[in-house]
Ligand binder design. Sequence first.
Ligand code: SF4
Length: 372
Amino acid sequence: MDFFSKMKDAEYNQFIEDIISKKPLTDDMIREMLSVSDRAGLKRMFDAAVQVKEHYFGKSVYLYSFVYFSTYCKNQCAFCYYNAKNKIDRYRITPEELRVLCGELKDEGVHMIDLTMGEDPHFHNTPENLLEFVRIAKEVTGLPVMVSPGVVDNDFIKELRKEGADFFALYQETYQKELYAKLRAGQSFEGRIDARNNAKAAGICIEDGILTGFSKMKLSNGELIQPSVSDDIESAIVSIRGMQKADPDQVRVMTFEPQPGTPLAETAQASDLMELKVISVLRFVFPDRLIPASLDVAGIPGMTDRLNAGANAVTSIISAGSELEGVVNFDRDVSLNERERDAKSVIKKLKEMGLERGSQESFESYLNRNKS
Ligand code: SF4
């Protein structure tokens, strides 16, 4: 499809102006954009997304340190390596270990600490255990803290707010209810939305996210998840509309990567082109919001592609010496000191790209503005 390549220069420039002035896109426009496949059209689409990003954020990129502090989980998401049924080695770090880790992270140049866990009953059933982790991360680093605790109730969320949590990340993964039921088996669709809305109402910034790349993939019971690429496109449209409803402060998309030991283990990895296109569309739909480029799918080269498609934050940064996990962990087999997922490697690459680490002040003003 030639949505971008058929535009004359004046139309293309007008399109960018319209996006900057927050003119909404129709579903048909999104459908056409996600169907773009010619090289010139893709380049124009990614360039437009970068221009919109630069209008709002300049060359600044924000960095988040990923601390996956417990890999225990009571749930059975079909796409996730850490689902309760997978027979893997798991860990849960102690408050003392977190304190040491945060001491190492505080001068690395990241803007925020992302405390992530599976739905580990140790923290889920005893909020104080998680609140203590938020307290430690804030005290030791002095940086904003994002928590990704899974679905928690409103009282828990209010406590997180009191403890000073700045961001609440909870990914719906899809707003198509049927697909959700296959991916997040046994978990409430509405309960997840409610938790995010409660966090927003409590004055915490919220992040939502979706997965892409399920077309033609089969569950281990033989069930086809999405028969064709156009299902992936329709799914992305429904999900983008779903995400819009809560006015999220950060939105992400990630390509599904088959994980060993899960019901989707035997499927082939999709190309990440759809993810790049969705990043650009997210930039058009949420022009002034944070959009992450995760290091977890394809490392630094993947980060570069995502920043060039309109992203403006880098997530899943893990210190060179850390033994903690990522979520997707494309580099699960790579030795720790060769992972190149540390802040120094990211900042070096940003400079080569003509980008820069944004100031802490500008990041925190974004948070404060959005929280209020
Ligand atoms: S995605 Fe999260 S909730 Fe689902 S199994 Fe994995 S860790 Fe648990």
